[in-house]
Design a protein around this ligand. Structure first.
Ligand SMILES: [Zn+2]
Length: 301
């Protein structure tokens, strides 16, 4: 079986409103030439979107965990039920099965347009490589983080997050909207080409592999006592080496990066991650050689 239906999700976080706007515009303009692929467009978290908040009870984009969703009828969290609904409806064994899920997010961090993938799945590599080749986009490979699991796209056989920033929560920005529109239409083109075997993968892709996260400096009560250092703010994807400043605390003391290994930070100062005690995450760079097998797997879902 090849790709027949693709799920495009916006508003997984209810206060990330630009992708919702972009998708609505896109649907209105969409031409019907789709090479036999159907697209489902859905707001991930409609109740949170309505209220302009990230979520109602818990983060929807951490709610796609099989173990927690096991007893489907007993859970009272809105997002757990919503995650179950989305999988029952659009999951690979759902009533309208989708083979690919694309989840559209914004960040308050200065990340530009980036791709996030979870783990090392061939089909995800295939799509991510094509987008990186076309636009030069950075890829954040999230893996081996026990504190953060249950991401939406992991519940589908193939899926990417598109993350665009910087933009404030609940704030419309036409430039951000335009970037989403471009990505949605390009993704559709690339998937059509893949389906029709008209594609050559680039030789390699560069990924930034998640290594961990750094919390803000805190006082003895546990309250945040430090801001991102002025030399660090907005410097996502730019290497940090030993001795570089990270934070500036209320006494004017600079907190420096003290390890020997160089790192590449992402989500610097992301507002939504304060509650997760994350001031920034950090990655290391890795080059992965493309494999023919990625395309073959893409052709056989
Ligand atoms: Zn988000």
């Amino acid at each position: 079986m090849t790709v027949q239906r693709i799920l495009i999700v916006s508003g997984t976080h209810g206060n990330e409103i630009n992708p919702v706007w972009a998708v609505n515009q896109f649907i209105r303009k969409e031409n019907s030439l789709n090479n036999g692929i159907d697209y489902e467009y859905i707001i991930g978290n409609p109740a949170a979107y309505e209220k302009g908040c990230r979520y109602i009870d818990v983060d929807l984009n951490r709610s796609f965990k099989e173990s927690e969703n096991f007893d489907k009828h007993k859970n009272s969290f809105y997002e757990t039920n919503r995650a179950n609904f989305l999988v029952d409806e659009f999951g690979i064994d759902g009533s309208k099965p989708c083979q690919i899920a694309i989840d559209l997010h914004t960040t308050t961090a200065n990340m530009g347009t980036s791709i996030v993938i979870y783990g090392r799945r061939s089909k995800d590599f295939c799509l991510a490589a094509l987008l990186q080749n076309k636009f030069g986009l950075p890829i954040y490979l999230h893996e081996k983080d026990k504190a953060q699991t249950g991401f939406l796209v992991e519940a589908w056989p193939c899926g990417l997050v598109i993350e665009i920033g910087a933009v404030a929560q609940n704030f419309y920005d036409q430039n951000i909207i335009n970037r989403f529109s471009l990505i949605i239409s390009s993704l559709r083109e690339e998937i059509d080409k893949l389906k029709n075997k008209l594609i050559e993968l680039p030789k390699e892709l560069v990924v930034h592999v998640h290594q961990g996260s750094i919390d803000y400096p805190r006082d003895e009560k546990g309250d945040i006592d430090g801001i991102i250092h002025p030399e660090r703010i907005n410097q996502d994807w730019k290497m940090i080496k030993k001795g570089d400043p990270l934070f500036l605390d209320s006494q004017g003391i600079i907190h420096k990066y003290e390890w020997d290994q160089s790192i590449w930070p992402v989500f610097i100062g992301e507002v939504a991650y304060k509650e997760k005690k994350i001031a920034m995450s950090y990655t290391k760079k890795e080059v992965i050689c493309s494999k023919k097998q990625w395309v073959q797997e893409f052709e056989s879902f």
